[in-house]
Design a protein around this ligand. Structure first.
Ligand code: GTP
Ligand code: MG
Length: 206
């Protein structure tokens, strides 16, 4: 898909959320799972979102405005989140981030889809389970994306995804594999986002 993508703002407190409201798609997942890399791969710009080998890189809600089809379709936001589960970030900061994420997800009514990223090299961790249960319990439009698929043997990708879906107790049809290296899953992911936005548009009459 051809899109125009621009960085809009970083939000450290909820009173800084953008006033201009478009449907929002939020990316959640452990630190270092590949959230920021996913944005760069989706939009085809390697340095739009800051990525790092050092977990804990993203410390605010970062808003990217996506305008598909060179302006013929309505824009939406992709929101990059701080990762959870990173021990070396101090306790206080971690508590601040999780509060920010939870409050954001609770109060921001324009969230039309949430993508939870799971590193395909490892089974889901306790914090992934907690997040998944909470999202499913709150009836979000929810997709699980297995990241770093390039690190898993090609033939093992489908069964690895299935195991992740089983472990998180989600429908395996709501999962897909992604790689920022090979761009696997890029078009399917766009499709899911555009559908989520269209669904929201029909409900809210955007
Ligand atoms: P935080 O901001 O700390 O929450 O991390 P993040 O989830 O945004 O992860 P980020 O995109 O910064 O990526 C973390 C590391 O994983 C970087 O070194 C990336 O290059 C690497 N990485 C991300 N996606 C992939 C992928 O699909 N394949 C491989 N092989 N490496 C990846
Ligand atoms: Mg990041």
């Amino acid at each position: 898909m051809r899109v125009n993508a621009e960085f809009i703002t970083s939000v450290a407190q909820l009173d800084q959320l953008p006033r201009e409201q478009w449907p929002e798609i939020a990316l959640v997942g452990r630190s270092n799972v590949g959230k920021s890399s996913m944005i760069n791969t989706l939009v085809g710009k390697q340095d739009l979102a800051r990525t790092s080998n050092t977990p804990g890189r993203t410390q605010t809600l970062n808003y990217y405005k996506i305008t598909p089809d060179e302006g013929r379709s309505k824009p939406f936001y992709i929101v990059d989140m701080p990762g959870y589960g990173f021990a070396a970030v101090n306790q206080r900061k971690r508590a601040d981030w999780s509060k920010l994420i939870e409050q954001y997800l609770r109060m921001r009514s324009v969230v039309c889809g949430i993508i939870q990223l799971i590193d395909m090299r490892h089974p889901p961790q306790p914090l992934d389970h907690m997040m998944s249960e909470w999202l499913q319990g709150n009836d979000f439009n929810y997709l699980v994306v297995g990241t770093k698929a390039d690190k898993v043997a090609k033939t093992k990708v489908p069964e690895t995804l299935l195991k992740i879906a089983e472990s998180l107790n989600t429908d395996s049809r709501d999962t897909l594999a992604f790689s920022a290296e090979t761009k696997l899953g890029r078009e399917k992911l766009w499709q899911w986002m555009v559908n989520a936005v269209a669904l929201e548009g029909r409900i809210l009459n955007f």
